[in-house]
Design a protein around this ligand. Sequence first.
Ligand SMILES: Nc1ncnc2c1ncn2[C@@H]1O[C@H](COP(=O)(O)OP(=O)(O)OP(=O)(O)O)[C@@H](O)[C@H]1O
Length: 616
Amino acid sequence: MSITDYCRRTAAFTREIMQQPATAKKDLRFSDLGFFLRFARPIWSLGVLALVATALVAAAKAVLPLSIKFFIDNILLGETPAPDTLIAGAGGLLSSLNILIAALLVLGFFTGGMDLLRNYWTARFREGYAFNLQTTLVEHVLSFPLSYFKSQQTGYIMSRLSDDVQILQYTVSQYLPQIASNALYVAFTFAILCFLNLRLTLVAVAFIPLYLLVNAVFIRRIRAATHRERERQAYVSRDLQEVISGIDTVKTHAAEDREVHRVSGTLKNMVDARIKNTMLSAFAEYFRVGTMSLMLIAVFWFGGNEVLAGAMTVGDFVAFAIYIVTFAPTVNTFFAFPVVMQPALTSAARLRELFRIPGEAGTGGGGGIVPAAVQGRIEFSGVRFGYTESEPVLSDVNFIARPGEVVAVVGRTGAGKTTLINLILRAFAPQEGTITLDNHDLASLDPRWLRRQISIVSQDLFLFYTTIEENIRYSRPEATFEDVVEAARKAQIHDDIVRFPEGYGTIVGERGTQLSVGQRQRIAIARAFLKDAPILILDEPTSALDMQTEDQIRRTLRLLVRDRTTILVSHRPSLLELADRVLTIEGGRARECRGANTTDTPGTDRTSLFGRSTVS
Ligand SMILES: Nc1ncnc2c1ncn2[C@@H]1O[C@H](COP(=O)(O)OP(=O)(O)OP(=O)(O)O)[C@@H](O)[C@H]1O
């Protein structure tokens, strides 16, 4: 491409970024400030200390250039200061070179020491704030209903949890102390400038509306651009996470090139957004620096004329010039803060949005019934549920699983068996009808309490990156090692475990020793034995086992299901032998195909138990 083409492209690009929509969806409201301040409440005293130290350092730095004035006017030129102002009074005291040098040394040590304290208190405050925010956020996100995690991709959630917090922490820690320090420095310097020469100070101040104008033009655009950039960054995290988690599938399909192409597409969108955002900030900086230069030129022109006319001393002018040379960039960075703070404000808005998502009712001390005892009677009455309103997966499901009964749920693939289990776990709520446990509507129960009453052995077990012992103990943290071994023996996994060199201390999970799918399934069964919950959900618990192991496991499962209400989903006929009754899910309804014991109490009519359309 020729230079002319590049120039043409640059002009088109400039037009494009200035015409970008300047409204962002997730702006922070003023009331949100109070929300974010609450994380500072436990460490407010550190904040006060950091602020006091910042003020003292800013004041000390602000008075430093005055020493030049005293040096020129009082020591070199030997002028007697007029005793009517504070600065002139100080000049009287510092009229000897030795005293001035001694004062400078004291000021230097004081400023250095105070700066160290400021750094320490600021770091403690900043890290304390980030800790409070992140722990509350993790606690809040973990209280979300399971349906949230089933509908959002992991990479997207992770990006919100880590990138947004990091950007907020980084920007705030980087710039907030600077804002405080600069604000104080500007205030102190402004007071000294007024003392030195009020008219000249007004000349400098006359440029402030120009700064405000530059900000008015750019800030909303930059905020919107930052929102776009952050959202696209979350998409990149989502795609990267997906491709790394699914690396087996990618490799077996030799789809590396396709995936690189897909990720680079998302990456390119993010890079575009980032360049536009960077350029918007650069334009804003260009106009701010221009304003600052105009301010400096105007001050030098007016000040020079004042000295030439004898209306200002040389010392005053030199001190004023030094002040204005440091004052102008500080004012410049001060007005740049709304721009550099945009990433933090955007992250704060996104985090606020996450905090607005309500947690599951009943979690985090929010209520929910906690019954004293559990019988284990589960009843579905007229349950309708679909992932979309218009397409129900279950349209009218009625059945009762009595305490201690094993109810097998069968049906063709996609019929809704796992959906039914998810409804019992309260991952989703029925759109119509009710599900009760011991006559308590599930919606009224504390969801954490509910899930403590349920053990689940499913086709897929998540293992944490820790020892086998800890992975089994996950279902009952207070269990002893002997309890863990006993559960492993019952689940027929003990012999496999002791064959590993590290035995129960073998690290498994991501990047740990890999377990076969069958071994994982038996670890899940061991967890269920250990948890000893009154309700058991078996979702294809032996799908990965060979016939011989399944035969052994069936015997242990017979032990496991004893005295527990069990919902068993399996396509294996051999496992259905465990069931007292078999329900078939078909066309969104539950139909009983075989019942060994269908009465709630002896002599109860089966129809009354299974309701309208469910009895075969
Ligand atoms: N999170 C979800 N969002 C949207 N639709 C879903 C979701 N989970 C399942 N479905 C759909 O709901 C229907 C029932 O799925 P479900 O997993 O309950 O079937 P299943 O009987 O357990 O099947 P399988 O025997 O193959 O495991 C299917 O059409 C499926 O595509």
